[in-house]
Ligand binder design. Structure first.
Ligand SMILES: NC(=O)c1ccc[n+]([C@@H]2O[C@H](COP(=O)([O-])OP(=O)(O)OC[C@H]3O[C@@H](n4cnc5c(N)ncnc54)[C@H](OP(=O)(O)O)[C@@H]3O)[C@@H](O)[C@H]2O)c1
Length: 352
């Protein structure tokens, strides 16, 4: 191993930004050289500016760091930039950073559906990383933008990939119960969510429909041919801190036995596992036999938050029903961001 790769986190005080800081602080390949938040916090010490919620304490070595502005000049030492900003703030910044030669790994929804921008859930569509070459060539950038999927879609597609590969999925119905952390640190007022379910999340269902088809699609020419799966999504907010739970009905080409599908999901491994990438979980999917799993409190930290947990797998003829749970700010955001950066560095041999 040569020197550690220098990274910056934009939106470091938010809930996804905090997960990035926590995971980067113990990462074997990466070090944090800059942290940024909104302009009004510029110059403040990280530990004072952040309302830390993701573990016991902010990592010691970043506690005293001074927050900078999220602009190329202020983070010029960083080679990889992890973005955890709202889409409105990320929009103008990301192309500027890519133009300045940075590898931008972003959670913001903007640009996810652009043809030459890879939307990566590494176990599922690692080969889409090659869009980076198309993007650099077409836009004349030294750097590139790589996107983390919407959290619900990341969890869904990770569970669906081996089912789709083995049995051909033509249509899915999915209904979700999503954690409040999915709306950000100040997203859902306590008064609205305690003792309640909110049966609508603005913009979420469209993301699940579009992104599922891009992620499960195939590389074709200079873009991705969508998978052509009919997706019907109903997304709801539930009074859970972390962990999105999704009830999936997947229509397959023929009858699929539940036990066989469970074995296929449980045994499935992919390129990140083969490459031994540091953030890749040993098992992408953990299958539970008991009828009362998965549960957010018991299962969200499976594989350090990078595995999804699946249960209630049952054959309903040519429909496979199952329930999947994943950690929305780890598998659905920061953890997958790290895995994308690791895949990029490994694929383009930038590291070892
Ligand atoms: N939460 C999830 O589970 C999840 C999952 C997948 C994707 N995402 C996406 O990830 C991004 C971050 O989400 P989050 O949940 O972490 O949100 P959050 O908790 O609200 O954090 C937002 C962060 O962005 C900073 N920020 C806000 N407005 C800014 C501006 N105009 N200029 C510069 N910085 C600004 C905030 O800094 P201050 O502290 O200074 O306000 C904070 O650090 C969003 O695009 C979101 O859609 C979230």
């Amino acid at each position: 191993m040569v020197d550690k790769v220098k990274t910056a986190v934009l939106g470091a005080t938010g809930i996804v930004g905090q997960q990035f800081v926590r995971l980067l602080s113990r990462h074997p390949w990466f070090e944090i050289v800059a942290l940024a938040a909104s302009g009004e916090k510029t110059g403040q010490q990280y530990v004072e500016a952040v309302d830390w919620v993701v573990s016991q304490d902010p990592p010691e070595h970043v506690a005293d760091m001074r927050l900078v502005k999220p602009i190329p000049d202020a983070i010029r030492d960083a080679e990889v930039v992890f973005v955890a900003l709202p889409k409105e703030a990320a929009g103008p910044i990301e192309p500027e950073l890519a133009r300045a030669g940075k590898i931008v790994v972003s959670n913001a929804s903007i640009y996810r559906m652009e043809r030459d921008i890879p939307l990566l859930n590494p176990e599922v569509n690692y080969d889409h990383i090659r869009l980076v070459e198309v993007q650099k060539k077409r836009r004349g950038w030294q750097g590139a933008i790589l996107k983390v999927p919407n959290c619900t879609t990341a969890i869904l597609t990770l569970s669906l990939k081996p089912v789709h590969d083995s049995y051909g999925v033509s249509r899915i119905y999915v209904a979700t119960m999503q954690a409040i952390s999915g709306a950000g640190l100040r997203g859902v007022p306590g008064y609205m969510i305690v003792d309640n379910i909110i049966p609508y999340i603005k913009g979420e269902e469209e993301k699940v429909v579009n992104e599922t088809n891009k992620i499960l699609g195939t590389l074709s020419g200079e873009g991705v041919k969508p998978a052509g799966i009919e997706v019907y999504a109903t997304t709801m907010r539930a009074p859970i801190l972390d962990g999105h739970l999704e009830v999936v009905y997947a229509h397959t080409r023929g009858r699929v036995e539940g036990e066989e599908a469970a074995r296929v999901m449980d045994e499935w491994r992919s390129i990140p596992q083969e490459l031994g990438l540091p953030t890749a979980p040993e098992k992408p999917i953990i299958v539970h036999g008991g009828k009362d799993r998965p549960q957010p409190r018991l299962d969200r930290m499976a594989g350090e938050g990078m595995s999804v947990s699946v249960g209630r797998i049952e054959s309903l003829g040519d429909v496979l029903r199952y329930i999947v749970l994943g950690h929305n700010t780890i598998r659905g955001a920061a953890g997958t961001g790290l895995l994308i950066a690791e895949l990029y560095l490994k694929y383009y041999e930038k590291l070892v």
